[in-house]
Design a protein around this ligand. Structure first.
Ligand code: UDP
Length: 368
């Protein structure tokens, strides 16, 4: 065997395809789960609804090479994600934008705030909440406190177990205050859902005569020798947690099925002010699946514990960065062993960034 890839998510699959196709080398891709796709795995249930088992996955990218790559293996629809949030019982969109202002405040107050915002910020600017809080004007201070409290404080506490000031700024900056009328969650050039789902997309990527996929297979199960190893599993686990465990947040989903066409007005409704779950996903929206029934999932966040739940989100902070760096230094001493993916790089990658990383790594290793 020439190449062993551990993990059949996006990172592993993309790298496998590049090696198989462009270097014409054999690749074995293993995964400890009983399915490919990692956490982007989806399946059609008995109602014909495509369920994202590990939570909503919405593809969005501005990276030309990534879009070019994925569209070789699947057609995509033109779904553009919007997130509805219930703020004090009012349905509005997140990120907080000019439309949100008019949804939640009396019109005269909204207008005053809008004018002050336009006088202070460039139109279309995205301002992270931690920066947005630095206001001197009393009205804008009121607005910043409102957005912090109603959009970020409780949601972030539910999602990360700590308040927004204790979470790495890059995390809350993913959902900025957006000085725009644009109600969408993402502004990327390309957005959509693969028409036959993510599992099929990844199956197509892996479908190459040089690629062999083995499911229900742990890294320790491999007895054959290989020349190169690409590891998309947790880097700390690879080194037997020698320096300690890298922390993760996990989530679990409470699925519910209803005998009605729709449960809510949108694919994803956030609950930044109420309940213990962060958001509710209603899956039939993504591919416009037709069924008289509907399936939803309430998303609850919790700490990751080995043997109890799955790793979902690396927790970026100084301590975890220090620990990760130790593992990275150790990794660099190994010959022909490469780490990638959310768990291998310990990075909060979106799907497109995980793919971009795999494509870049391929460019680095292809001449070796
Ligand atoms: N966030 C929030 N309120 C929201 C949505 C997001 O406070 O209604 C914060 C929260 O800290 C969250 C982060 O922004 O973890 C990033 O949200 P995103 O939707 O990008 O997370 P993902 O979809 O990757 O879980």
């Amino acid at each position: 065997m020439k190449n062993l890839i551990v993990g059949a998510g996006f990172s592993g699959a993309v790298l496998a395809r590049k090696i198989a196709e462009e270097l014409n080398q054999k690749v074995i891709v293993i995964d400890s789960k009983n399915h490919i796709g990692g956490n982007s795995y989806d399946y059609r249930d008995e109602n014909g609804i495509m369920i994202h088992k590990y939570g909503s996955h919405i593809f969005h990218t501005s990276l030309e090479n990534v879009w070019q790559f994925v569209t070789r293996f699947s057609k995509f629809n033109t779904y553009m994600h919007k997130v509805v949030a219930l703020i004090d019982g009012i349905e509005t969109n997140i990120p907080f934008n000019f439309k949100t202002l008019y949804d939640v405040f009396p019109q005269t107050l909204a207008k005053r705030l809008e004018e002050k915002l336009l006088a202070k910020f460039e139109y279309n600017k995205k301002v992270p909440i931690l920066e947005f809080q630095k206001q001197e004007d009393e009205d804008l201070k009121f607005l910043a406190n409102y957005v912090y409290e109603k959009v970020f404080l409780h949601y972030t506490t539910k999602q990360w177990g700590v308040n927004p000031n204790e979470v790495d700024g890059a995390v809350t900056a993913r959902v900025p205050v957006y000085l725009s009328q644009d109600p969408r969650y993402f502004q990327d050039k390309y957005q959509g859902i693969p028409l036959e789902g993510y599992t099929k997309l990844i199956e197509n990527i892996l479908n190459h005569p040089n690629i062999e996929v083995r499911l229900n297979t742990k890294f320790q199960d491999i007895t054959e020798s290989y020349e190169r190893l690409f590891y998309t599993g947790p880097i700390d686990e690879f080194f037997d947690f020698e320096y300690g465990e890298l922390p993760y947040r996990s989530v679990h989903f409470k699925f519910e099925e209803y005998d009605k066409e729709y449960y809510q007005s949108n694919a994803c409704v956030n609950y930044p002010c109420n309940y213990d779950f962060t958001r509710i996903h209603e899956y039939k929206y993504y591919l416009d699946d037709k069924s008289p029934r509907t399936v939803i999932a309430k998303e609850y966040s919790e700490f990751f514990e080995r043997g109890k739940n799955e790793r979902y989100y690396p927790i970026p902070n100084e301590e975890s960065a220090r620990l990760y760096k130790k593992y990275l230094e150790k990794a660099k001493t190994l010959q022909n062993v490469y780490f990638l993916g959310r768990l291998g790089d310990y990075k909060y990658y979106d799907m497109d960034k995980a793919i971009a990383r795999a494509l870049e790594l391929f460019e680095e290793i292809k001449g070796e």
